[in-house]
Design a protein around this ligand. Sequence first.
Ligand code: IDP
Ligand code: MG
Length: 154
Amino acid sequence: MAAERTLVLIKPDGIQRGILGEIIARFERKGLKIAAMKMLQMDGKFAKEHYAHLVGKPFYPDLEKFVTEHPIVALVVEGKEAVEVVRLIVGPTNATKAPAGTIRGDFSNSTSRNVIHASDSKETAEKEVKRFFSEKEIFKYSFRNEYYRYAADE
Ligand code: IDP
Ligand code: MG
């Protein structure tokens, strides 16, 4: 199985609302691997880099305040087609329209306080994983029961 990596952030609202475990459990249940995990607090400079595509938007000042005023949890999630699979589990940005069963569909009704971030493409994932983690913080381990997660030819 050609493993792919993606970056997941559980935003301040996920921690404040006490649903960190429920969110992480969804990735575990899917069979994905948590390759790295840490708690941190972003500052304004870091937020501007991470959300560079949104800095000019009218909602950006609120977004920066929201993501920097409390800690977040960052994870590297790994597995087959992890970038796409994680985005499917997360659901669309506007949680009001997010299908039930997705994280945003089940835990949020907002376009802003939408609980979680996930990289949106393989290229973004590579950059974002590096932004949050050094290579030595990312663990390369195998599941003892890989056989029950993927067939040999996947
Ligand atoms: P994504 O998180 O689904 O990838 P992006 O467009 O990359 O969506 O936006 C990043 C984050 O910025 C969103 O998750 C949300 O917190 C915030 N955001 C995006 N669009 C809006 C908006 O129209 N109003 C308020 N906040 C927004
Ligand atoms: Mg995005």
